[in-house]
Design a protein around this ligand. Structure first.
Ligand code: FMN
Length: 211
């Protein structure tokens, strides 16, 4: 199955990434989790470690005990640079939840953590699942950053939902949207909630019998 990088940034919805990691792992995908330092204030590494069967990475200078491999793969016979090795081996990279801050960094190509550096280095299909308060999502700067990411061929995923982790209301087109086209415009409807942000993996989840 697929090797998936799951980037988790700092926001209330970070706890939902734990369930997402469980679903992807249960669907037999190999999952490595990369967190921002702020994400650790919302969820702990051990939860992900136990679910995906591999260590969470945060700092690009920390040594990866798996040597850039995914759970279930043969261990590396050398000590590669983790962010490059993981990015090269990944079949897909999903940042969920993607905070406003991390979206801005990804749109600007900033590389200051394992999550951001690997994202920039990754040539596999990439997706972000914006998760933030409606008012934040509607800010022109955030919209511009999302449009920039879309122009860079990063897919955006979201689910139609009326409730957000922080309790505000949100509207979204059913099924969310995504485009790898340079001409694709950003969506008009506000979306602040994602769950599960897995439209690109939905088929695999169904086949594994997930609910
Ligand atoms: C309680 C709390 C909840 C937050 N929830 C969100 C959120 O849902 N989305 C978001 O974009 N930022 C949220 N923030 C702000 C981010 O944590 C902050 O912008 C941080 O710098 C993000 O860092 P990161 O993108 O490196 O993970 C929240 C902050 C706090 C204190």
């Amino acid at each position: 199955m697929a090797r998936i990088l799951l980037g988790v940034s700092g926001g209330i919805a970070a706890y939902r990434a734990i369930e997402l990691a469980r679903l992807l792992t249960r669907a037999s995908h190999g999952v490595r989790v990369l967190m921002t330092p702020t994400a650790e204030r919302f969820v702990g590494r051990p939860s992900f470690d136990g679910i995906v069967g591999g260590p969470v990475l945060i700092d690009e200078f920390e040594r990866d005990p798996l040597g850039g491999r995914f759970p279930g793969e043969e261990p590396a016979d050398h000590d590669p640079i983790s962010h490059l090795e993981l990015a090269a081996r990944a079949d897909a990279y999903l940042v969920a939840p993607a905070s406003a801050n991390t979206i801005a960094k990804l749109a600007a190509g900033i590389c200051d953590s394992m999550l951001t550096t690997s994202f920039v280095a990754c040539r596999a299909p990439r997706a972000v699942a914006p998760a933030m308060n409606d008012r934040m999502l509607r800010d022109p700067a955030i919209e511009a950053n999302l449009a920039t990411l879309a122009a860079f061929s990063s897919r955006r995923v979201a689910r139609a939902s009326r409730s957000t982790p922080c309790g505000s209301s949100a509207t979204a087109p059913a099924g969310g949207w995504g485009s790898r086209s340079r001409s694709a415009p950003p969506p008009a409807a506000p979306m602040s909630c994602w769950w599960p942000p897995t439209s690109i993996f939905r088929a695999q989840e169904r086949s594994a019998g997930s609910t």
